[in-house]
Design a protein around this ligand. Structure first.
Ligand SMILES: [Zn+2]
Ligand SMILES: [Zn+2]
Length: 204
């Protein structure tokens, strides 16, 4: 699997570009800002972008969606419960900044599989940080958006956040993945499921 991490924007949201080495088909996860940087990395990797997958609808994860969409073949995919955030810019922000996106194409739901060349990406619905938050699981890797961070969890004080739901999602949908699964969060460094079970202060 091809994997590139590009921290973008003021909040250094992690934009991930992943691709199939055999077919050069690829996916962009959370193009939050810095569209030019993301596009030049896609070009450098020679990837044909099939999807732009959004882990959730917050502004720091969607800021460059329009730019990346308009310059690739990527279909924009988001869980239906976070659509209202990307449609209504007031709901994607936290009073500091907000954005809306022009259009989206694919409604994601729990259990969906998105196929990119030889890679199967499994969509895991993990509400709590936002109602339509998702994680993306493939091979030995999970992209956790703002649901789970190395040593922390997402905030729940934004629009429709819910702490109980967030803890339930992490315990029942992420901590049930194999222990050696690598965790690539929406901000900050990577981790593993085992490391978070053992050291994350919200769970020990
Ligand atoms: Zn967020
Ligand atoms: Zn974020």
């Amino acid at each position: 699997m091809i994997l590139e991490i590009i921290p973008v924007g003021l909040l250094a949201a992690n934009c991930y570009i992943i691709g199939c080495e055999d077919t050069n088909e690829g996916v962009v996860i959370d193009p939050g800002e810095n569209g030019e940087k993301i596009l030049s990395k896609i070009e450098e990797l020679g990837l044909n972008i099939k999807y732009i997958i959004l882990t959730h609808g917050h502004f720091d994860h969607i800021g460059a969606v329009n730019e990346v969409k308009n310059n690739t073949n990527g279909l924009v995919a988001i869980h239906s419960l976070d659509k209202e955030m990307v449609e209504d810019e007031k709901r994607s922000g936290n009073n500091r900044r907000s954005v809306a996106i022009d259009s989206y194409n694919v409604d994601l739901k729990d259990g969906d599989i998105i196929t990119i060349g030889n890679l199967d990406l499994k969509i895991i619905h993990t509400p709590g940080h936002s109602p339509g938050g998702i994680c993306i699981y493939t091979e030995d890797t999970v992209f956790t958006g703002d649901t789970l961070f190395a040593g922390s969890i997402g905030r729940t004080d934004f629009y429709k956040g819910n702490m109980e739901e967030l803890l339930f999602s992490i315990k029942n949908k992420l901590f049930t993945l194999p222990n050696d699964t690598k965790v690539y969060p929406g901000h900050g460094p990577s981790s593993t499921i085992l490391e978070e079970k053992n050291t994350n202060p919200f769970f020990i």
